[in-house]
Design a protein around this ligand. Structure first.
Ligand code: ACO
Length: 329
């Protein structure tokens, strides 16, 4: 028995934030942003919309793709660092939207940009154990709500989106293989949002605070090197687990943080660029949504065919990282 992706879906909000728009907000320019990151535009959630709205649309599209009714789900998991509110979870709200009144369990996972890979491992384990048979896993973010549009080091990077997969047990060959995740909390302050949690609750807010305490902040250049190193290592680990060489891999779906990071990981692994698709130019960094949105893009574009061997790899705040192998069916 293995675990299979039966359907994919994505939601990319209509509103765009271009590099030219950012030039009006901070001291930056299109050339700097594109050269350093590969990003041209990002999608922004509409006013009044939150992560669960994007996750619901992506989830419904994945269900339609799989030919599954929401009432047939056993569990809904949302990977996000930008839920609608601290509690309840975004997954609870997706459950309300997709299959109200059925008591289907739902919860969130927060492992930042690695959240979808953490989610895959948790859901695979729950299906392998026989606890559940059919699960909706969504990576969804409205991360731009937590970005400081006065900080040129971060505001150029992020976008909003959701990507979803329907996972199901099956007896055929293929499906998900090895999934490994890791973390290093000692580096938590390299990417963090200190304000609004139990350490710095809103009651402690002081107008004299450092503005950066209340937004997502990042030491980008330190994160860059660690991202490349940890993604290379965890990717090699899962390939070794399943006995694939790099040449066996048809497609690498890497977290879309920065074109230079993705290219560096591909080069270190020895995978040719044509096997490492990117949508970072259009999407920016959409954190937990990044890998499932890219997967959906590739499926709908016809680039993924049965029998192909796919490597997924990601990295994010925590620090966290992860990789997974998948044989498409
Ligand atoms: N426009 C113009 N200049 C800028 C900008 C900007 N938007 N941002 C920074 N600069 C300047 C800096 O001030 C610095 O100037 P100085 O040399 O005079 O001090 C110079 O450009 C170089 O800055 P670096 O930070 O060293 O630039 P770098 O090449 O590292 O690129 C970037 C910055 C794009 C943020 C890169 O470090 C990066 O992508 N890091 C990784 C991000 C990531 O992957 N995060 C993980 C996931 S996020 C999550 O989990 C939520």
């Amino acid at each position: 028995m293995s675990v299979f992706i039966r359907g994919t879906g994505a939601d990319k909000p209509e509103r765009l934030l271009t590099n030219q728009d950012l030039e009006k907000l901070v001291d930056t320019d299109d050339e700097w942003i594109f050269t350093r990151t590969g990003i041209r535009t990002r999608h922004l959630a509409a006013e009044g919309e939150a992560t669960s709205d994007l996750a619901t649309r992506a989830g419904q599209r994945a269900l339609d793709d799989a030919g599954v009714d929401a009432s047939e789900l056993d569990l809904i998991v949302v990977a996000t660092l930008s839920p609608d509110m601290l509690t309840p979870s975004a997954a609870n709200l997706v459950q309300r939207n997709l299959c109200p009144g059925l008591g289907i369990p739902s919860f969130d996972i927060n492992a930042a940009c690695s959240g979808f890979l953490y989610g895959l491992q948790v859901v695979k384990s729950l299906i392998d154990s026989g606890t559940y048979r059919r699960v909706l896993l969504v990576g969804g973010e409205t991360i731009t709500r937590f970005v400081d549009y006065q900080d040129r080091g971060t505001c150029i990077l992020f976008g909003d989106a959701a990507g979803a997969v329907v996972l199901e047990h099956g007896d055929e060959a293929g499906g998900l293989g090895s999934i490994r995740v890791g973390s290093d909390g000692a580096c938590h302050d390299l990417i963090c949002l200190p304000g609004g949690g139990s350490l710095r609750p809103p009651t402690t807010y002081d107008p004299a605070d450092d503005r950066a305490d209340w937004f997502l902040r990042m030491q980008g250049n330190r994160v860059f090197k660690m991202a490349v190193q940890s993604m290379e290592q965890v990717a090699k680990d899962v390939l070794a687990d399943v006995g694939w060489t790099v040449d066996d891999v048809d497609l690498v779906l890497a977290h879309q943080a920065n074109r230079r990071i993705i290219s560096a990981v591909g080069e270190r692994l020895g995978v040719p660029p044509e096997k490492v698709p990117m949508n970072v130019a259009e999407m920016g960094n959409t954190s937990a949504a990044s890998i499932p949105v890219l997967l959906d893009d590739q499926c709908r574009g016809g680039q993924i065919r049965p029998g192909q061997r796919i490597l997924m790899v990601g990295f994010g705040a925590g620090l966290t990282w992860g990789a997974a192998t998948l044989e498409w069916t």
